[in-house]
Write a protein that binds this ligand. Sequence first.
Ligand code: CA
Ligand code: CA
Length: 160
Amino acid sequence: MSGANIGGTDDDYLYENERYGADFQYTFPSGNGSYDVILHFAETYWGTQAEGGVGSRKFNVDIEDERKLSEYDVFQKAGGALTAVQETFRTQVQDGVLTIRFTQGSVDLASVKAIEVLPAGSSLSINAGGGTYQSLSGKTFFSGYVLCPRRSHSGRRPSS
Ligand SMILES: [Ca+2]
Ligand SMILES: [Ca+2]
């Protein structure tokens, strides 16, 4: 697949190689906590190297023994071959090890191009001047009051 242009990403290199199989997994010694797992997919075989399309590959993904993707069809989700698609899942690790398992579904084998594991909440979101707020997407904006309490203006202003 070297050199193929992958739609929907500038990181084409990430999609040149994949891991595929009937049943494989990654285990990260993450430590306990809340993580966002971002899975990067693209169909680079069916509909390009071989004739195929929607329904040529269906597989499952379990994170921490919880089914996150079932009968997942990358070609269908991406709208074609050679097109990147990402899926993001938040997971809680309680045994110190984050396990992501890929298993074949009803057609062909599982396939993944890249994986990101990000500690959830490591980014800082602040609702400046307001209270703690949870956005529609589930992101928590911490109260600006807590992180940076309003101070009285009794102190001397710094010169200039
Ligand atoms: Ca591209
Ligand atoms: Ca685990």
